[in-house]
Write a protein that binds this ligand. Structure first.
Ligand code: UN1
Length: 512
């Protein structure tokens, strides 16, 4: 079917029914949902009021008081079932992600796989919420560290990973003993409603098999900024995990801090790669192409800056320009297309604005123009842009959430490393090289200042097993694997005296 004749309404109804969502939930609401594939309005969903939001958060807190008493491995059983339900719904949910966000089929499915992976991780974790036993200076004492559930976890997610980001947070939060309250992007409520329904299925099975769980373990808030603000300011939400722009984080971080809450901030990235003189250029070409053009440049880990050594510039860059010129752009549901649409007109306009700024700063722009504008006048497809820049100036310093790759020639490794680090953001980075000195220096203390630093793979597409997040204006939060779970729990240090005397620490005497 061509873009001009595509229509999704009927398919949306049947997809949502497959998750157990009634057709009524898709009609008559105040929030219009559109597919970026063809610009069609595919649903009108209801929004929650501010009063209901406050009540829902209070109810989630009540759920916390019970859920924290359920042993962690049993909480893990719920997440195991969630993983099973996600496996069963993978094709349908992946398809819905593609329709609502515009991801190509394999990336829509990949997003659901990421949810399944974090569920598996969290199940194992539910038996590994380890504390330490610490040597004490006092006789007949024991000192230890215990990790306790923290409280309601507020999750704010962005349009580009509309469900995976929820799962990174929710799977960990729930095994750690915390109910979740989720405010998804206004651009992607359908995938959120579907995910909530899939969670309810898992919960039903968990209860049917004798599992204990309170009501309101997982709450979904569909609404605008005012709803997010209530969540951010609520004293019964000790942790806010927010993914989005640096501008959003600048508001959320201080507001949460003002009430001494904790936040995990996952904000903008302006990710770079260095291509050294010894790089395997075939591998580099593929790595750069996926990282820079994949997901139409709308990942927080998208490759946005490329520093190419002068000795390989004239070999690699023309090949890249050719790949940019020939990459297939179109309906992301059609096999063969690698680039889907931008999320909306605003994204396209910001892309054009950045390209204009790059031209004014001396950049040579390849691509970047709108395509399929006639077949789909309210959808925004753009040819990815490769911009040869004389230096790192102007829009290169900013994150523009679109497929623009700025390419800069360098001559000296330390200069390239300095350029990598010389932006406000610090999420992800990589180096393509076969020189062990360069590779090791890049991941060393004096190397990349980002939360993620890779060698011979691009900066995007992280696995869930590692901690995910970045430094500086990226916000400093860590989600997903490694010991990121610790942010979802409160640490308690316990000293237990099993003797009959009371020695005081540091030799203090206090005899009464
Ligand atoms: C995001 O864009 O918000 O590393 C997250 C990646 C994905 C997650 C991206 N696993 O590209």
């Amino acid at each position: 079917m061509t873009l001009a004749t595509l229509t999704f309404s009927a398919e949306i109804t049947s997809l949502m029914a497959s998750f157990g969502v009634d057709e009524k939930a898709l009609k008559g609401g105040t929030l219009a949902v559109r597919s970026p594939i063809n610009g069609e309005t595919i649903a009108n969903v209801a929004e929650i009021s501010t009063d209901e939001t406050r009540k829902a958060i209070d109810a989630a807190h009540k759920a916390f008081l019970e859920w924290r008493l359920v042993p962690a491995p049993q909480r893990g059983e719920l997440i195991r079932l969630l993983g099973e339900e996600l496996r069963a719904a993978k094709i349908e949910l992946g398809r819905l992600v593609s329709i609502e966000v515009g991801k190509i089929t394999s990336e829509g499915l990949g997003e659901v796989q990421e949810m399944i992976d974090i569920c598996d991780f969290a199940v194992g974790l539910s038996r590994q919420l380890y504390g330490l036993t610490i040597a004490t200076e006092r006789a007949e004492h024991r000192m230890m560290e215990t990790w306790h559930p923290l409280g309601v976890t507020g999750i704010i997610s962005a349009f580009n990973f509309p469900v995976a980001v929820w799962s990174w947070n929710a799977a960990l939060a729930l095994v750690c003993g915390n109910p979740t309250v989720w405010k998804p992007s206004e651009k992607t409520p359908l995938t959120a409603i579907a995910t909530q329904a899939i969670f309810e299925k898992a919960l039903k099975r968990y209860i049917a098999q004798g599992g204990k769980a309170p009501a309101n373990l997982s709450t979904l808030l569909i609404g605008g900024r005012d709803i997010g603000e209530i969540l951010v300011d609520h004293p019964k939400v000790p942790l806010i995990s927010a993914t989005g722009s640096t501008a959003m984080g600048r508001t959320v971080g201080p507001r949460v801090a003002a009430r001494f809450g904790r936040s995990i901030l996952e904000l903008g990235g302006n990710n770079a790669a260095i291509v050294g003189p010894s790089a395997d250029l075939d591998l580099t070409l593929r790595g750069v192409a996926f990282a820079a053009m994949g997901t139409a440049g709308q990942r927080c880990t998208t490759l946005r800056r490329l520093f190419v050594h002068e000795s390989v510039y004239d070999t690699l860059v023309p090949r890249l320009i050719k790949a940019y010129g020939s990459v297939t752009i179109g309906n992301p549901l059609e096999a063969g297309n690698l680039i889907g649409p931008l999320i909306d007109k605003g994204a396209f306009d910001r892309m054009q604005h950045a390209l204009d700024a790059a031209r004014s700063a001396g950049g040579k722009v390849h691509g970047g123009d709108r395509v399929h504008g006639e077949a789909a006048s309210s959808a925004y497809y753009a040819r990815p842009a490769l911009v040869e820049m004389p230096e790192q100036v102007g829009p290169v310093i900013d994150e523009t959430f679109a497929p623009i790759l700025y390419v800069i020639k360098y001559s000296d490794f330390d200069q390239a490393l300095a350029l990598n680090n010389d932006v406000p953001q610090g999420l992800s980075s990589s180096i393509f090289t076969n020189d062990i000195r360069e590779a090791e220096a890049f991941v060393s203390d004096r190397g990349s200042d980002c939360g993620i630093a890779n060698v011979n793979i691009g900066p995007s597409g992280a696995e869930i097993g590692g901690a995910f997040g970045g430094e500086k204006e990226t916000g400093g939060g860590r989600e997903s694997g490694s010991d990121a779970w610790k942010a979802y729990m409160r640490r308690q240090t316990n000293t237990v005296n099993y003797g009959r005397t009371l020695p005081l620490a540091q030799g203090v005497k206090f005899d009464i």
